[in-house]
Design a protein around this ligand. Structure first.
Ligand code: ZN
Length: 149
């Protein structure tokens, strides 16, 4: 790596469309956004979502063993924050999301959002136009990361 640790891993995109979506009660948030991306041909994008989940599965990535540990959230929580992006994995739209979930005391748990059953969810999705954004296996992390050079 060059001096200053400057990486050239950057791509430029233009915003194509901004979508406002209300997800269905009882649907899975990740699946719903993946389907939306597939149906509308969205290959690159970013989104935020707020609302509430009936239950969820969070992930914590074990950096030493290169595997996700599952954190089960089996009770209703506020989706205090959810941010994510859409790119391509094996040529298909792939949703990557993280969430901070709050319980009745306001206490929070957070992490990689593997799945979440929607109580109510408002999504603001930004569709991006630009170079193909594909994920590729990364040796150092064991994750599928953006292949941007
Ligand atoms: Zn993640």
């Amino acid at each position: 790596m060059k001096a200053g640790h400057e990486q050239k891993s950057l791509c430029e995109y233009n915003t194509n469309k901004e979508l406002i979506v209300r997800l269905k009660h009882g649907a899975d948030l990740i699946q719903s956004i993946t389907e939306l991306a597939r149906n509308r041909g969205i290959e690159a994008g970013s989104f935020t979502a707020i609302g509430a989940l009936q239950r969820a599965r969070l992930g914590y990535y074990d950096q030493k063993n290169h595997e996700y540990r599952e954190i089960k959230i089996d009770s209703p929580h506020e989706m205090a924050s959810c941010v994510g992006n859409i790119s391509l994995k094996d040529g298909e739209p792939f949703v990557h999301a993280h969430a901070v979930l709050a319980d009745e005391t306001g206490g929070t748990r957070g992490g990689h959002l593997s799945g979440g059953i929607v109580f109510a969810a408002e999504v603001h999705l930004r569709q991006l136009e630009g170079p193909r954004l594909e994920r590729e296996y990364d040796e150092a992390t064991g994750l599928s990361l953006w292949d941007v050079e």
